[in-house]
Each structure stands twice: as C-alpha cells, then as structure tokens.
Design a protein around this ligand. Structure first.
Ligand SMILES: *Cc1c(COP(=O)(O)O)cnc(C)c1O
Length: 394
C-alpha cells in the first residue's frame, strides 16, 4: 500500500505471460493500433498520436522534453515537489533555460503565480506535474492551458501518479503532451509509459525529425529543424514506428504492450467515472482512518490526491521500525518520503488494484496494531470504523 509500484491486477499479470510476437506481425501491429485507441479516453483526448514509450514513466517524460525542447529554449517548470525537480533536472541535461514557479511542499502553485511567471519568462514550453506523489498534492489544471495558448507556449504534463485514478483531460486542459506510467493507478508493472501528443506538438517534433541513417531511402528526406538529442527518445521516429509507415525504430517491448493494453481494457470496462469514484472513496477512507488513529495528515486538504495520503510520524515513534513491522508481520508495504519529508511522514497509497475497501481496512487495522505495539496510545477499532463509514459516504 505504498505510492507505487503497487500490486498489479491479476489480469495484467496473466496478459503479460502470453507468448511473444514479432514486432511487424499483423497481430502485433493490430495490438499497437488497439492500444492507441484504448488510451485516448484514458487521456481524455482525440489525439491521433497516443501510444507507448518503452521504459518506465521517466522514459515518457524524457522523450517528451527532449523532443520538444532544444538547447537554449526557455522552459517554465511548475514546481511543487520532487517530480517538479525531476523535470528541472532533465531539462538541465537538455540545455534548456529553466525558470520555475514554486510552491512549498504540501501546497500547489496558484494560477495567478503561473500567469505572472509566464508573462515574466515568455517560455516556449510550460512543464508541470499533475499529481506529485512526493507531496501527495494535485495541481489544479484549469486555466493553465489557456494561459499557454495565449503565450504561444506548449504545455507538458506528467500524469504518472494520477492516470487511472484521477481524471486526465488532455484536450480540455489544453495540454500538448501528457505522459504516464503503468505502476500506479493503472495497476500494472513499471516499464511502459503511455503518452499522448497534440497535433501542434507533433508538427513541431516532425520539423526536427531525421530519419535514421540505416533506414534512408530516396523518398525519406531530412527536415531542417535541430536534430533531437536522443535516438531512443526521438518521438518523431517513435511516431513513424506507430504509424502506417511502421518505420523500424526500437523493438517494441511486447510483454509491456500486453500489460499496458490489459491495464487500459480493465479501466474502460470498469468505466472512468466508477474508477475515479472508487479512488475518491479510497482516499476518503484512508484519510479518515489515519485521522481516527490520531495522526496528522501532511499537506493542504483541498488539493490532496485521492490515491496517496501522507501522515506525520508521531513523536516518539520510529518510522522505519513501523514500516518494517508492517512488512514483516502483515506483508503490507507503506511508503517512506523524499527530501524535506524524509523521516517525517509515511505515505499510504490507495492506487489501482489497491484502491479497494478491504485493502484499506486491513492496512489501517495493521497499522493500529503496530503503532500500539510500539507504545503509541490510540483507542483500538476507531480507525477501521472511521474508514468504513468514510468509504460508504456518497
Ligand atoms: C512515480 C512517479 C514517476 C516515476 O517514474 P518512473 O520512471 O516510472 O520511476 C514520475 N512522475 C511522477 C509524478 C511520479 O509520481
């Protein structure tokens, strides 16, 4: 019950045990087309270019940024946690001029501050995290896309931690590229990064597309944009591979594609609204249970992600011992924290296959038992009771 990776849905594991196919086998290319169609509603988009980047979520982030940002471009990062800092890190390696608009951990960045930062820095790209698992905060996306359009900037969103659990509305947000991963609310394994790319972003990328030397024929001419500084993460070449051209690039990660496809099928069968409401119920139950244990929650309640909740480690309790006892006595993993929150909070995930009533009740019951054994005074039974009634609230 950590903030990802989480337990995969058993159907995903079964799908991932199917035999391999050649990358240009018609059955395989049919699956690729199916994956494109399955992920459009999940991203809330009509974008033609909705596909998978092979690699963990970070591969999607890196592919997006290296493909749209050229050295010297100004990029504005909306930074409110570890993953905002990761964007900064990656952009630094690309050679971007980085500007940030920041919020302290546990808060989000107000739209007004974003507006002023755009006016000040005139970015070519604005990059933000949707839900930052390090702080458990979800940045409200309303209005950011419109500000980007007005400033003629592209909008990139990392939705790794929220995709499959909270609504992703790439088109309504006005986002140009949104990326995700499977190992959080989609209930799969790490190793595949779903991505969606607007036509506007695709046009920009295609102006930088250089056909790989060994694949050139007379008809494949170069364009004059600056070559993308990575072969593996060149979205232009990856789009060609996923298009009817099927221009060879990397060897598609067959097993991960089966996994990604099954994650999406399960999500669409459940229904997006039911899925989000299940995560909301899970978040509500987890928060209520932790509070009933007498723990203080970290961060601004108004912007809390529904799928991960952080609670302060109480005075006199050793956080790592609690995590170890949870793991050893109950086979339940809970999360630590990074940076300024390291050693201060635990993070409890309720993601994807783990966003289930019984899993939350069992986790809270176990936590209560461990805390009491560690000498923490709390009244037995209250946490589970509070979580159960919070789950059942409308
Ligand atoms: C978990 C997480 C990632 C993880 O990236 P990986 O490469 O899959 O480890 C990226 N971004 C956010 C916001 C996350 O929460």
């Amino acid at each position: 019950m950590g903030p990802g990776p989480i337990n995969a849905h058993p159907r995903v594991l079964r799908a991932m045990s199917a035999d391999l196919l050649g990358q240009f086998d018609p059955e395989m290319t049919r699956y690729m087309n199916e994956v494109m169609a399955l992920y459009r509603p999940i991203f809330g988009t009509d974008n033609r270019w909705t596909l998978l980047v092979d690699g963990t979520a970070r591969a999607g982030i890196e592919a997006a940024l290296v493909s749209i940002v050229t050295p010297g471009d100004t990029v504005l990062v909306v930074n409110f946690g570890r993953f905002g800092l990761l964007l900064k890190e990656i952009l630094g390696r690309i050679g971007a001029r980085i500007e940030t608009v920041d919020a302290p951990w546990g808060e989000v960045v107000p739209l007004d501050a974003i507006k002023q930062a755009i006016e000040r820095s005139q970015p070519k790209v604005l990059a933000t995290i949707h839900g930052d698992t390090s702080t458990t905060m979800a940045q409200p996306m309303d209005g950011i896309g419109a500000l980007c359009r007005d400033a003629d900037a592209l909008l990139y969103v990392d939705a790794t931690a929220t995709i499959g659990g909270m609504e992703i509305a790439a088109d309504a947000w006005g986002a140009d590229i949104v990326t995700g991963g499977l190992q959080k609310c989609l209930g799969g394994s790490s190793g595949s990064a779903p991505i969606t790319i607007s036509d506007r972003a695709a046009a920009l990328i295609n102006r930088r597309k250089h056909i790989e030397l060994g694949l050139r024929t007379g008809s494949l001419d170069d364009v004059d944009g600056m070559i993308i500084g990575s072969n593996y993460f060149d979205l232009g070449m990856i789009m060609d591979y996923w298009s009817e051209k099927r221009l060879n690039h990397h060897t598609e990660a067959t097993t991960m594609l089966y996994g990604a496809r099954e994650c999406a099928r399960i999500m669409l069968e459940e229904g997006l609204a039911a899925r989000f409401s299940r995560h909301r119920a899970a978040g509500r139950a987890m928060s209520a249970g932790l509070r009933a244990l007498g723990l203080a929650l970290f961060g601004d309640d108004r912007f809390r992600m529904t799928n991960v909740t952080a609670a302060y480690i109480p005075q006199g309790i050793e956080g790592e011992r609690v995590r170890q006892r949870m793991r050893e006595d109950f086979e339940i993993e809970i999360g630590t924290a990074f940076g300024p929150l390291a050693g201060k909070v635990w993070r409890f995930g309720a993601m994807g296959y783990n966003a289930r009533k019984h899993k939350i009740l069992i986790t809270l019951g176990a936590l209560e038992a461990v805390l009491r054994a560690e000498g923490y005074g709390c009244q037995p039974g209250l946490a589970v009771e509070a979580a159960l009634s919070a789950w059942n609230e409308a």
